[in-house]
Design a protein around this ligand. Structure first.
Ligand SMILES: Nc1ncnc2c1ncn2[C@@H]1O[C@H](COP(=O)(O)OP(=O)(O)OP(=O)(O)O)[C@@H](O)[C@H]1O
Length: 677
């Protein structure tokens, strides 16, 4: 089942944003994210080696960059050897001007070549690193789109945003610079030390002795810095979440005057991040100080010893010059190693966080051998069947659905009724596979939804939710979002056999009309008006109507509607319901509604109680025979200021009058209110 994931860092180590309901402080931070990878955390090299999965095409150019950088470093190391020959030869013995000019010319050539190689390194690695970053970013975004809704319920947007943006930038910087320079610096130090030992072994060994405390310090630094690097990245993710939630919930913050709390919460988190960054910088400064001071101190010690060796005749002046020139070259990468190691540990933390998401298995993936898209199982329309369905969310004591068996009458509208929290939305989400069953099965036209390709299932089933989500795009784009290009799900005609644009226009117009979204005509650019972020420039009822139009435009065989018109008036809702029957005859519809008037409009009603379906029938039958249904409807009627008729008042042998209220005059008089009643 989808929710079979261990707890994840929806709010990694942070308190709740006051924008959220009640603005209560979040209790204890949940456990750290579940790793879908190995049981034990990977080592830094093993973690970074995972990047090969996305950086493989970039490896040749990064390797060429590495070779260029290495050659540049080796050339830098060769210059002291030329100096040694110069000092021991033309300068101290022969005094030949030609020899000096030749040596100086050689140093110049080596220097220029080194500069060209450094430039080449930058050219080689810049583009491939950005390509690897791009590949990783696109892969993660696609994976996020694929992951089930339950994953997104548990991961905060800011954490995901920081992983896809900041973390990947750190990885790019490391691939382009940190990785190459760490390898090159290490090789330079090893080769340089070898040359120093070969040039004057006594001094070389003295210099090597200085490396021992440096190794110990670097090891300690690595442990402390790695922890802080991870914490900083998590805190940056939490901060991004707070910004995202505050912006998203700005109306609630303003309406409830929670700006100060939002400010305090943000400042506290920003302070925590700052403290971690300062701690990182201090840790790095400490090790950098040691990595700069120790080699310089050892060099000073070597200088004294070197002069003594020359005086004693155990080393030549040229060797001494070459030794110190080499030491000057080696000291540079030694000093840089602290920064490069910090960069590597930052990249490791970033890669870890990336892998935590990208390696989450997609529990809603397409089956290996998908079933073909089924034909409607009945002449009246598609069948939808739930067989002994159990849904148990991880962490909950009891299952939400506990053996639901239900068959929706094909081509009809079934209303699902139950008390708040009884699992209606969960049940609805099973049909388009927004959630998967824990056990049992959901079948559309006789085929288990898990056996269908997701694109096929999306073509068959379209949902609309109470909490309508619109995108920052035109009305047209939002409404036609579910219109696929592969084939029309209703008749199987390939799209290119018809004029796709004309068909889209017709669908758009029909869907908007059916969803009672005529307000679109009054928008500045009609259907081409770009609606603001998440449709916030529209009213709640307008957003809901566009979301319903989107479901209608997809012309599905099965519609699942989760209270999609709760924010519109009863008259509009009734008109939309009637228009739906005309525009999509034969569509099997499952609707969750909180307004008794909407429930009464359905052909059938199913009652969800204690995780099971405890009654099915018409509204009138259930009102008469099902005490829980009566109880729920009465509660809903009170909530919405409507009235439920007394079923017992019905004359013998007749169905009791349906729910009276709202715009149900037609139903009251027994007149069919739609083509299918
Ligand atoms: N992803 C989830 N993880 C854990 N629990 C969940 C999840 N989604 C829903 N639940 C729980 O399942 C129960 C049923 O929720 P659901 O939204 O399906 O109820 P509902 O009948 O639609 O409620 P309402 O009428 O208020 O919309 C609730 O207790 C809810 O907290």
């Amino acid at each position: 089942m989808t929710g079979a994931e261990a707890p994840t860092p929806k709010d990694h180590g942070r308190e709740r944003n006051p924008a959220q309901a009640g603005s209560t402080r979040r209790p204890a931070a949940p456990p750290p994210p579940a790793q879908s990878g190995p049981e034990r955390p990977r080592s830094t090299p093993a973690t970074l080696a995972q990047l090969v999965r996305w950086a493989r095409p970039a490896i040749p150019r990064i390797a060429m960059g590495g070779v260029a950088a290495l050659l540049a470093s080796l050339l830098a190391l060769a210059i002291p050897q030329v100096l040694r020959a110069l000092v021991n030869g033309p300068l101290l013995t022969s005094g030949s001007t030609r020899g000096v000019v030749q040596a100086a010319g050689l140093v110049l050539v080596l220097g220029v070549t080194e500069a060209v190689l450094v430039w080449s390194r930058r050219v080689f690695v810049a583009t491939p690193a950005t390509l690897a970053e791009h590949e990783m970013r696109v892969s993660l975004f696609d994976h996020l789109l694929d992951l089930p809704a339950s994953f997104h319920d548990r991961w905060s947007g800011g954490q995901l945003l920081s992983r896809i943006m900041g973390d990947l930038s750190a990885v790019r910087r490391w691939l382009a610079f940190g990785f190459v320079m760490l390898v090159v610096s290490s090789v330079t130090v090893v080769v340089g030390l070898g040359l120093m030992v070969a040039t004057a072994w006594q001094l070389g060994l003295l210099y090597l002795a200085g490396a021992i405390p440096m190794v110990v310090l670097t090891f300690r630094f690595r442990t402390a810095y790695a922890r802080a690097a991870r914490r900083a990245r998590d805190q940056a993710g939490d901060l991004a979440t707070t910004v995202e939630e505050s912006v998203h919930g700005i109306r609630v913050i303003k309406a409830f005057g929670r700006g100060d709390e939002a400010h305090e919460d943000f400042v506290r988190q920003a302070d925590e991040l700052r403290e971690t960054e300062v701690m990182k910088a201090r840790t790095l400064a400490r090790v950098s100080f040691s990595l700069t001071t120790i080699p310089e101190a050892v060099t000073a010690l070597c200088l004294g010893t070197g002069v003594w060796l020359v005086v004693e005749g155990q080393a030549s002046v040229g060797a001494l010059v070459a030794f110190f020139a080499t030491a000057a070259v080696v000291n540079r990468p030694v000093e840089a190693i602290g920064n490069l190691l910090a960069m590597t540990l930052d990249a490791r933390a970033a890669t870890d966080r990336y892998l935590e998401v990208i390696d989450k298995p997609n529990t809603l993936a397409d089956p290996a051998a998908p079933a073909p898209r089924p034909a409607p199982a009945s002449r009246e329309g598609s069948t939808v069947e739930l067989r002994d369905v159990v849904v148990h969310f991880p962490g909950s004591a009891d299952p939400v659905l506990d053996g639901v068996t239900l068959r929706l009458p094909p081509g009809r509208t079934t209303a699902l009724v139950g008390v708040t929290g009884s699992g209606k939305s969960t049940l609805l989400g099973l049909v388009p596979r927004l959630t998967d069953v824990t056990s049992g099965a959901v079948l559309v036209d006789g085929v288990d939804v898990r056996d269908l390709r997701r694109t096929d299932l999306r073509a068959l089933v379209a949902p609309a939710f109470e909490d309508s989500v619109l995108f920052s795009a035109s009305v047209r784009e939002n409404v036609l979002l579910g219109v696929g290009n592969d084939e029309d799900p209703r008749d199987g005609e390939p799209a290119d056999t018809v004029d796709a644009t004309a068909d889209d226009d017709a669908r758009l117009a029909d869907a908007l009309a059916a969803a009672q979204a005529t307000f679109v005509r009054d928008l500045p650019d009609g259907v081409d008006t770009v609606i603001g972020e998440e449709g916030m420039s529209l009213s709640g009822g307008q957003r809901q109507r566009l979301a319903l139009a989107r479901a209608i435009a997809a012309r599905p065989r099965v519609l699942v509607l989760d209270d999609p018109l709760s924010a519109v008036d009863v008259t509009t809702e009734t008109a939309a319901t009637e228009a739906l029957r005309t525009l999509l005859p034969g569509t099997t519809t499952l609707v969750v509604a909180h307004r008794p008037s909407t429930v009464a409009l359905a052909d059938h009603v199913a009652v969800l109680e204690n995780g099971r379906i405890t009654g099915t029938g018409t509204h009138a039958e259930l009102l008469r025979d099902h005490p829980h249904y009566r109880y729920v409807l009465t509660a809903l009627a009170e909530e919405h200021g409507e009235h439920v008729a007394d079923a017992d008042a019905a004359p013998d042998g007749e169905a009791p009058p349906p729910y009276r209220g709202g715009s149900l005059a037609g139903l009251r008089s027994g007149t069919p209110t739609g083509g299918r009643r």
